[in-house]
Design a protein around this ligand. Structure first.
Ligand code: PMP
Length: 396
């Protein structure tokens, strides 16, 4: 029997979301998440994945995953600290450390749980965290879990950060103070001002944490936002995910050996949740090896991104402050945004509407994620659909 309190809570809240156009319907994909996907039997140009380099469907990753299943089985069998650390996990961490140019790496089951794990392993209720107001949900939740005082600073506003860092440090109230930011902001595609942030961190002895979920594989010829700015020795935590450009699943922190050793004994998902499967670890390792060997995919990604962005701008769309492949088309009103995305779908383009609470109210957008796997023809077809619907809805 369902609790009546739960039933009325669900009924009221679900209908309220639906009325405001904020209820997110899930579209199951039939088959692989490549540059063209099938939904409900319809083929669509896919501009909504995080599969930046097309590696999620790459033949070399598939082979690596199959071999790992044959040699190591389907699952890791235990948490990392009991006996779930397989040789494949260690190889992945060694490759990642080489790729990130750091002493060591710890890997986790996802980027989300990596942020939950790593922040709370180091910060506690006697500490403070300076957090960019547009940081990803997993950073926000990781900070909350730590019980540290969370001090939000205005998005990428380094003067605000400096003022708040000074206040926090000079108050003498906190044992440790951390500054935490996305490397690339996932909804607008702008890049964090890391050089200024690192200067402020040095001035006030702040711990630095960069979530590079959208920078890894993309900026710094693939090595990420920190490398893009040449700041490898100046950032304490370089967090990343294996689920986006790397095409698989998993998260990691790259940093100094002592930090990684500490995370291995203190981060709870590492201690209490089973390690990623052999197939995941081996496919991720293959992805990193490919990126170390060649920047071809990275170059293709940028070429496609410039092409799509230029095309949208020429049509008269507002792509905001994007500096990376993440290309929002800002529409504004939530219902208009949903309508735009729905019309794109009807014209054969899958570009998801992103509305409150993922972005602020009135800042609804259709977010486009070009990848290295798209062809010029696919991008041209997408641009044609944008032009048609933009005119139809009076947006351009
Ligand atoms: N950080 C950021 C900035 C992200 O965009 C995401 C994914 N949406 C995550 C962390 C979580 O990564 P994962 O999907 O690997 O859990």
């Amino acid at each position: 029997m369902t609790s009546s309190v739960l039933q009325s809570f669900l009924n009221e809240n679900i209908s309220a979301l639906k009325e405001r156009g904020l209820y997110n319907e899930i579209d199951p994909v039939q088959g692989a998440n490549g540059p063209v996907i099938t939904i409900d039997g319809q083929k669509l140009i896919n501009l909504s994945s995080n599969n930046y380099l097309g590696l999620a469907t790459d033949e070399r990753l598939r082979e690596a995953a199959k071999e790992a299943v044959d040699s190591h089985g389907a699952g890791a069998g235990a948490v990392r600290t009991i006996n779930g650390t397989l040789d494949l996990h260690l190889t992945l961490e060694e490759k990642l450390a080489e790729f990130k140019d750091t002493e060591a790496v710890i890997s986790y089951q996802s980027g989300f749980n990596c942020n939950m794990a790593a922040i709370s392993a180091v910060m506690d209720k006697h500490d403070a965290i300076l957090s960019d107001e547009l940081n990803h949900a997993s950073i926000i939740d990781g900070c909350r879990l730590s019980k540290a005082k969370i001090i939000r600073f205005d998005h990428s506003d380094m003067e605000d950060l400096r003022t708040k860092a000074k206040e926090a440090v000079e108050s003498g109230q906190y044992n440790k103070v951390m500054v935490i930011t996305d490397g690339v902001f996932s909804m607008d595609g702008d890049i964090a001002k890391l050089p200024e942030m690192v200067d402020i961190a040095e001035a006030f002895d702040l711990i630095t944490y960069v979530d590079d979920a959208h920078g890894s594989g993309v900026l710094g010829k693939g090595a990420g936002t920190v490398k893009h700015f040449g700041l490898q020795d100046k950032v304490d935590f370089q967090m990343g995910t294996l689920s986006k450009a790397m095409g698989v699943i998993g998260g990691y922190v790259a940093g100094k050996t002592e930090l990684i050793d500490w995370l291995k004994v203190r981060s709870r998902p590492f201690l209490f949740s089973t390690a990623v499967s052999p197939a995941d670890a081996a496919a991720s390792t293959k992805a990193i090896e490919l990126l170390i060997q060649s920047t071809d995919l990275n170059e293709k990604l940028w070429k496609n991104s410039h092409y799509l962005k230029d095309g949208l701008k020429k049509l008269g769309f507002d792509i905001g402050v994007s500096e990376t492949p993440i290309t929002p088309c800002i529409i504004g009103d939530e219902k208009d945004t949903q309508k735009f995305s729905k019309r794109l779908y009807e014209e054969g383009v899958y570009a998801k509407a992103i509305v409150f609470p993922t972005v602020p109210r009135g800042k609804g957008r259709v977010r486009n994620m070009p990848t290295a796997a798209h062809t010029k023809e696919m991008l041209d077809d997408a641009l044609k659909a944008y032009e048609k619907i933009g005119k139809e809805l009076g947006l351009i």
